[in-house]
Structure formats: structure tokens, C-alpha cells
Design a protein around this ligand. Structure first.
Ligand code: F3S
Length: 289
């Protein structure tokens, strides 16, 4: 199909938090005591992981942060952009390890706000993904923080405190949260809603929504580029799936692009997660063009 309408969304490549985490590690790698351990992936992207492994960093995965620290006796550890709870800082300090903290400022600000409310006697309902490092860090801070993963989980909440606030992982869907807030207000009318979705996530979701709304139901292919473990990438995929006449292809790089599908569409929207390197996005765009 010729004369394609290819819409490359403006917000592509690394977000501010990812960029700064990567730069911090790159700038400090030579001076950090060796070996250098990464407590999880610095950001959720396999290309970034490989980049640091090639520089000699040991990437620890698939365990809780405290488990990862169990066998580390010397060298240094790197806290990823997703942040950790106070218990992890304590273990690191007790072991006398040097650490580099690359926590995204948005994550830091969000957990500080949550703790401010906890310290003022609030129970917090927290929307997040179980086992996601950011959620793991927040939940470890207080027993007054209750995790829900979706709207259905509201039924299992039983909080008797009159002081309740709602917060969330910084990379959740703005649109899912709107629906959760409506349902939560029926159960807890006085709930205080803390707005803790980061700008990068919000802007990408909004831009994608706007571009699909402009098409007004016309058939479209949405290509979402990102790592399967990236939450904000998954949220983009989920958002696009909510539109009729839209096929969503989530790919990690251009090698996963099915040109037979691409050739069947006139309208093609290209978006990417906040931890997807620009060169991967450019590669996909070039292949399509
Ligand atoms: Fe931070 Fe949001 Fe990026 S939490 S790492 S600015 S996706």
C-alpha cells in the first residue's frame, strides 16, 4: 500500500529519568570499587543491560533487592532508576558497601509524598505491579501501604481508617487510574488522590490517545517499541488496544517487524517506551519508510 500515513509520535527515546540514570553510571563506572553490581536492570531494556555488561558490570536479576545483596561482600552496588526502600539502604550501609543511587527523581518524589501521608496517619492504597522494583521499594516502607493491581482488587480492600490516600507506580496508565478512582470513591468517599504518574508516562499516553482519536475509528496499525519488562511500554500497548479498528504490534526492535502486516496498513503510528534507545526507534522508522 503506497502513500502511507506514518505518524511518528514526538515523545520517543529515553525519558529524563532513564537518561540521567545511564549517564550517572557511565560517568562513575571507572571510579566505583570493583566489582560493580547492578541491583536489577538500571532501566528495563536488554540493550542497555548488554551495554553495561560489556563494561564489566554484573547485573543481578530475578530476586528481591535484599536477596541480591546477600552474597555481596565487597565492591559497589548501583541502585536502579526504580529506586529501593529504606531497608535496602540499611543493608548496604551495614555491609559497608559503596553505592551509586540512580533513582529517578520522580520515583523519589512520589515515595517521599507517600511517606509524608503515612506519617500523618493515612493508609495508602497503591496501584502497582506486584514484584516490580518500584512497587517492591514502596511497599517495604510501611504496613499502611496496600497494593492493588487492578480495579477488581478494590473488592478485597478493608481499611477502617478514615484517612486514606491513593498513590501509584509512576508508570501506570492515566486512563486505568481514572476508572479506579471512580470506583474507590464509592467505597471510600473521602480518599485523597495523590497524582504520582510521571510526566514521561503521562505525555506518551496522551500523545498516543490524541493521535488515535484524530483517526476517528479509521483502521490503524500501532507499533509500540520497547522491552517486555518495561511497564510504561506495556501501558502504551494496553491503551492502543482499547481503540477499535486498531492492531497493536509490540516489538523490541526492527527485526521483529512483520512487513506483511505493515504493508496492509495506511495509518501507522509509532510510539516507544521511556527506556527504549532512540537508535532502536530510528531503525524501525527507517525500515518502515
Ligand atoms: Fe522516571 Fe518516569 Fe522515566 S519514573 S525513569 S521519568 S518513565
Amino acid at each position: 500500500m503506497n502513500n502511507k500515513n506514518i505518524i511518528v509520535l514526538k515523545n520517543q527515546g529515553f525519558c529524563f529519568g532513564v537518561k540521567s540514570a545511564i549517564e550517572m553510571l557511565e560517568n562513575n563506572i571507572n571510579t566505583l570499587p570493583k566489582p560493580v553490581y547492578l541491583l536489577g536492570n538500571i532501566v528495563h531494556n536488554k540493550y542497555v543491560k548488554k551495554h553495561f555488561e560489556d563494561l564489566g558490570v554484573i547485573v543481578l536479576e530475578n530476586e528481591t533487592r535484599s536477596k541480591m545483596l546477600e552474597n555481596i561482600t565487597h565492591g559497589s552496588v548501583v541502585i536502579t532508576a526504580h529506586g529501593v526502600g529504606g531497608d535496602i539502604y540499611k543493608i548496604i550501609n551495614d555491609k559497608g558497601l559503596t553505592y551509586l543511587d540512580t533513582t529517578c527523581p520522580f520515583v523519589k518524589k512520589s515515595s517521599e509524598l507517600i511517606m509524608e501521608y503515612v506519617n500523618n496517619g493515612y493508609d495508602i492504597i497503591y496501584i502497582g505491579k506486584k514484584n516490580h522494583p518500584e512497587t517492591e521499594g514502596v511497599l517495604s516502607e510501611s504496613k499502611m501501604i496496600h497494593l492493588i493491581e487492578n480495579i477488581e482488587d478494590i473488592n478485597s480492600l478493608s481499611i477502617s481508617n478514615n484517612l486514606i490516600a491513593l498513590s501509584n507506580q509512576t508508570t501506570m496508565s492515566v486512563y486505568d487510574i481514572e476508572n479506579i478512582v471512580i470506583k474507590l470513591k464509592e467505597k471510600y468517599p473521602s480518599i485523597v488522590v495523590l497524582k504520582t504518574i510521571c510526566n514521561a508516562t503521562k505525555n506518551r499516553q496522551k500523545e498516543l490517545t490524541d493521535s488515535l482519536e484524530v483517526l476517528n475509528g479509521e483502521k490503524a496499525l500501532v507499533i509500540v517499541i520497547g522491552d517486555p519488562t518495561s511497564n510504561n511500554t506495556r501501558m502504551l500497548e494496553k491503551r492502543a488496544n482499547g481503540f477499535k479498528n486498531t492492531l497493536v504490534c509490540k516489538i523490541e526492535d526492527s527485526s521483529m517487524l512483520d512487513m506483511n502486516i505493515v504493508n496492509n496498513y495506511h495509518n501507522i503510528i509509532i510510539t516507544s517506551g521511556a527506556s527504549t534507545p532512540s537508535y532502536i526507534v530510528d531503525d524501525v522508522i527507517n525500515k518502515i519508510k
